[in-house]
Structure formats: C-alpha cells, structure tokens
Design a protein around this ligand. Structure first.
Ligand SMILES: Cc1cc2nc3c(=O)[nH]c(=O)nc-3n(C[C@H](O)[C@H](O)[C@H](O)COP(=O)(O)OP(=O)(O)OC[C@H]3O[C@@H](n4cnc5c(N)ncnc54)[C@H](O)[C@@H]3O)c2cc1C
Ligand code: SF4
Length: 592
C-alpha cells in the first residue's frame, strides 16, 4: 500500500534536461514543485573531477552514466513478425540516468531545425507534388508539427543563451552572414559565444569541401569557446579539449548541462524538492480517466508513495515518456495492423554513417585533443536543401569532420583488409591512429507505419512494470538517401587527400549492437489532429489536460539535425503556454 503524501502544484517525472528546465521556470512563479529522479544526485564537484572521470572502461565501455539495464531496459526487434528480446547492454543509443540525465554526458552539438522541417508534409507536397512521399515509400508517415519555426525562434534563442552555445550565425533576420551556414533558418541574433577554434581535421575537411563548391562552417557547440555567464547568473568555463566529452561529464564547467546552467539556482529554491533514487511507476488518473491526480513512485528500498499533484510533467527521455503514457493508460496505443491509435506511433531515430579517410603519415591529426562538438560541417545535403525531384527519396544528412575523441579503447581506425588482431593489426593502428579523419553523415529518419513502440507482452522491469518494446528498421527511403550522400562523402574524402577511404552510409537491418546516436524521437508526437498525435501544439495530452509530455518524443519525424536544441525550444514554448494560458484557466489549450 503506497503512502499518500501532501499534494503539490507540479511533479516532474525525471530531472534531466527537460525536468530541470520545467522546474526552474515554474519554480520562479512560486509553485510548489517536486522533481522525482530515478538516478543518484551528482554535482560537478566532487562527482565529475579528474582523474576518476577520465576512466574509459567505466564510462565508455561499461556505461556508468546510463540507465541500469538490469533494472530497466527496452526490448527490440526489427519487424513485428519477430520476437523482441531485451537489450542487455546499451550500444546503439545511451539513455542516461542520475541528476541531469543524458544532458550530462551529451556531446554538445547544437543545431536548430529548418523552417521546412516543422511543415514537412505541406512543404514536400508544395515542392514535389502531393504523391511524392507515397512514391518514395508507401509506409512512410510525414506530418506537420502544429507549430512553426517562427513561433519557436524566440525559444531557440533563449535556450542557446541559457547554454552559452558557441557558433557562427549564417542567417540573421534573412541576411546571409559569411562564415556561417547559408542554409540555416533565420535567427534574430548571433550565438552567445564565438565559434570554437577550428581543429586541424576540420581545416582539412573545409579545404576539401570548399574545393567541391560546398559551404563549410563551424559546428555549433555547447562546449564553450570562452567563459560565459548565462541569464541565470551561472558561470561556465572554457573548453580545454580534454577528449572525454560524450559519455562523460565535464570537470571544467565548460559543457552546458543542467549542473552548469540551471541546477545551482533551482536547488536553492525553497519551493522545489528533489527526490533522487526514486522511480516513478505510473501517472494516476481520476475515475473519469481525463485528469491526472499525481504519480506513484518507489524509493530506493522499494517502498511506494503516491505524490498527488495538480500538474504532471513527463520529462523522462523520449523512450521513457512513451512508456510512462502507455503504462498509465493515457492516450490510445498505436495498432500497426489497423493504423489506429497514436501512442507509440511515429517512432523515429537518426540516420548516421560516414567515411574513414586515411591520410599520409606527414599529416598529424592529434585526435585525442578534441571536444564533443568541435568540428567543421556542411549542410548542402541536409534536409531538403537540395532538389529531390529526380532522386526517389526524401530527407538528407549534414556531413562533417567531427572527431569527438581519440580515446585508446574506442579509436583505432585501420584500412579495409587489415586483420582484426595480432601484429599486423597493431602495426596498422600505430600507422593510422594519428593520420585518419572520420567524416560523418547524420540525418533524417522518416517515420513509418512499420516502426513503433508498445509495451512488451513478456518482459518486465525490476518494479514489475512491462518493458517498452521497440519495433524498428530504417525505411528503404532512408537507406537510398544515406547511400546517395555516402558517394558525395567519398568525393570529399578524395579532395581531402585521402590515400584510402572506407565508404559508409546507413545500412539495413538496423542493429542495436553498434553505437549510432541517442536521438530517439517520436512515439508521443505533437500535432494539430488528435487522431494522428498524442499531444497538441503545446505538448499537452489531448486526453488528460493536466499532463504535458516534454521532449523528443513529441517530434513527428526526425529532421537531419541533432535534436536537443529543438527539444529545448519546444520545452520553453510549452512552459510559456503553461504559464500564460494553462495556469490561468486549467483545461485543454486546444479543443479536441
Ligand atoms: C551519448 C549522448 C550524446 C548526445 N549528444 C548530443 C548532441 O551532441 N547534440 C544533441 O542535440 N543531443 C545530444 N544528445 C541527446 C540529449 O542528451 C538529449 O536530447 C537530452 O538529454 C534529452 O533530455 P530529456 O529531458 O528528454 O532526457 P534526459 O536528459 O535523459 O533526462 C531524463 C531523466 O529522467 C529520468 N527518468 C527516466 N525514467 C524515470 C522514471 N520512471 N522515474 C524517475 N525518473 C526517470 C532519467 O534518469 C533521466 O535523468 C546526446 C545523448 C547521449 C546519450
Ligand atoms: S571536451 Fe571540453 S566541454 Fe567536453 S568535457 Fe572536456 S573540457 Fe569539458
């Protein structure tokens, strides 16, 4: 029997990026807020300090910062005629746990989406005709978001200034700015801090891309190029290129994270209470099923509590958001046979790939001197920046030299044909370690009727709740897109002076055994129609008006770019609606 606690105004399920943003924003209004986080508390000092934080075996290989698979994982299969099995060790994507969530061990690559991404269905129909998507793949699902880039722009701006993002603007109020990305959507002002210094591998990529007429620019980075004080009054340091960024926390206060940009302010608020090592089991509903009454959670001993709340914010990472809605019975689950239902529908990912470019021994890359987001990229093949009319696919990828580390266990590129072990392998590693550049491809993942999330009928977590089941493979459309761009990447590699090149590009079947990206998206998508979306344009549940699901789960189909800048903008957008509309008159913000 759960102990019933005193009611509060707001509860957040998870205290990662979105949970911290929500609590800080609503806490400023004086609301009583409880943040329930399944992982442990942690701070830059002492938890993220050297030498312990630079332990490659512990953090990269054994995944010390990730959700504990023994307690809770995801089951996986490529198609619905297979039996899903639990992912026993995270590889393909790495959901985090602990105060600050995945936003502690992220890379910091900070992209906005484009104007067309938010009106993707309308845009593609206008540019290529109403049947084009169907011709590219009858299983594809493409939707507009119900919110536009212009509506989100102030919130993007605010989020980037919270983080202190370092970058070179390419388009300010419609004016193309030399040195930036000429394809980017218009922004109202430049980045808060200047771009990172270009690394040598970035300069070599720039030269190659330039020679082919492309438009290289510095990747926007939330590893900071210089010290910065954010609007919350918190001071961030300058990145020292330690090479232990993704999968690690920053010891230098130089990577934007909840710890560096928000938590010191939030944790001082008397109206905020953080409860760590507590797992939310479900959202409780009243007898009508249309209003949440709070959440039930278990503490570290397994003791259960009921936390009543007026407003429940699901801020648990996209996959966990979807699972929380499913186990709580909020929204109609997606049925892939009939196409009806919405929760779990339109799960998408991100396509990745790229070429390994081996260079002459006289060219020293020094890959260990790196940060999570430092690099040079081109957007010439991003999204719909190039004409798709004759190509038979939709979508695109940005391409760039973004070498995030030269850590010894993970990084030892060798040319094709090299044995996988022994003397010859060692000699090849010694020859190529310092003379190889990885040119990556990162891009769109189109939603499909065949890909979805639901509750596993067999496997349960440590608390007896069903695991989330993922049914996913890349649609053929996305493979055609990625392989088309892989050819362009090989040409760039040749222009960079590559002596040999391993060609990349996304392939099928999708596997969970190789790291690709943690940009899991969709499953509880936003939209203008309750028949095809789980939350409305303000990320409010269509079915239970005092539940808002914040995060990448709202994204209808993943655009080319890493999604967190958009997650931040959407979160501020939703919080603005909660503050200025919902709290004044609680109820559905959009009629059903
Ligand atoms: C290795 C890696 C690299 C990345 N690099 C980039 C990048 O370069 N650029 C980019 O744009 N994005 C990147 N990301 C993605 C970025 O980290 C996420 O988009 C962002 O953190 C998502 O915020 P969130 O609030 O949805 O989830 P999180 O920040 O993960 O927070 C969710 C929190 O909820 C908690 N939680 C989950 N379930 C429960 C429950 N039942 N009860 C209580 N608490 C719960 C979790 O423990 C976690 O702390 C990267 C992610 C990873 C893992
Ligand atoms: S690379 Fe820079 S931002 Fe990343 S952890 Fe190291 S010092 Fe911090």
């Amino acid at each position: 029997m759960a102990d019933v606690l005193q009611s509060v105004d707001v509860v957040t399920i998870g205290v990662g990026l979105t949970g911290t943003m929500a609590a800080l924003e609503l806490g400023k209004l004086g609301l009583k807020i409880v943040g329930i986080e399944s992982g442990a508390p942690r701070e830059t000092v002492p938890d993220f300090q050297s030498p312990a934080i630079h332990d490659e075996l512990r953090f990269s290989i054994r995944k010390a910062m990730m959700q504990d698979n023994v307690k809770q994982t995801v089951t996986f299969r490529n198609s619905s005629d297979q039996t899903a099995l639990p992912i026993r060790r995270w590889q393909s994507f790495l959901p985090g746990t602990g105060l600050g969530g995945s936003f502690v061990h992220w890379n910091g690559q900070t992209y906005r989406y484009q104007v067309a991404d938010f009106i993707y269905k309308t845009h593609l129909a206008e540019r290529y005709g109403a049947n084009f998507v169907e011709q590219c793949g009858p299983e594809l699902i493409v939707q507009d978001w119900g919110v536009t880039y212009d509506e989100l722009e102030p919130h993007y701006d605010r989020f980037e200034y919270l983080l202190g993002t370092s970058g070179q603007a390419g388009n300010i109020n419609g004016q193309i700015v030399p040195g930036g990305n000429p394809f980017e959507a218009p922004r109202t002002r430049g980045y808060p801090t200047p771009p990172m210094k270009e690394p040598y591998f970035g300069a070599i990529f720039r030269k190659g891309a330039d020679s082919l007429g492309y438009h290289p620019y510095p990747q926007p980075s939330s590893n900071l190029s210089q010290p910065y004080t954010n609007p919350e009054g918190l001071e961030l340091g300058q990145c020292v290129f330690c090479g232990f960024c993704e999968r690690y926390a920053c010891e230098h206060f130089a990577k934007a994270s909840p710890q560096t940009t928000m938590l010191p302010v939030l944790l001082k608020m008397p109206n905020y209470e953080l409860r760590t090592n507590c797992q939310v089991l479900k959202i409780n509903l009243d007898s009508t099923g249309t209003q949440a009454t709070g959440v039930t959670y278990a503490d570290a001993t397994g003791h259960e509590y009921e936390q009543p709340a007026n407003l429940v914010l699901v801020t648990a990472f996209p996959l966990n958001n979807v699972r929380m809605l499913l186990v709580s019975g909020i929204g109609k689950p997606y049925n892939p046979t009939t196409g009806e239902g919405v929760v779990g529908r339109s799960y998408s990912y991100q396509t990745t790939g790229g070429a390994t470019v081996f260079l002459d021994e006289s060219i020293n890359i020094n890959p260990y001197m790196a940060s999570g987001a430092n690099g040079t990229v081109i957007d010439d093949f991003g999204g719909d920046n190039f004409d798709h009319a004759q190509l038979g696919f939709i979508g695109g990828q940005y391409v760039g030299a973004i070498m995030t580390s030269g850590r010894p266990i993970e990084n030892h590129p060798t040319p094709s044909g090299t044995p996988a072990w022994g003397l010859e392998w060692k000699q090849a590693v010694a020859r190529h370690y310092n003379h190889t550049i990885l040119v990556g491809q990162y891009g769109t993942s189109t939603s499909s009727r065949l890909n979805y999330l639901d509750l596993d009928p067999t496997y349960k977590d440590a608390w007896g709740m069903p695991l989330l089941r993922m049914t996913f493979d890349f649609p053929e459309n996305d493979i055609r897109m990625s392989q088309y761009i892989a050819d362009k990447v090989v040409q760039i590699g040749q222009a960079m002076g590559g002596t040999s090149i391993i060609r990349g590009g996304t392939t099928r079947p999708y596997t969970t055994t190789v790291y690709q990206t943690t940009h899991n998206a969709g499953g509880a998508i936003m939209g203008a129609d309750p028949n095809t979306s789980v939350v409305n344009r303000y990320l409010q549940s269509w079915d239970v008006h005092n539940v808002f699901s914040l995060g990448g789960s709202a994204i209808p189909q993943n655009a080319a770019y890493n999604l967190t800048d958009t997650v931040g903008a959407l979160t501020y957008w939703a919080l603005d609606a909660i503050q200025n509309q919902y709290l004044k008159s609680p109820g559905p913000l959009v009629p059903k």
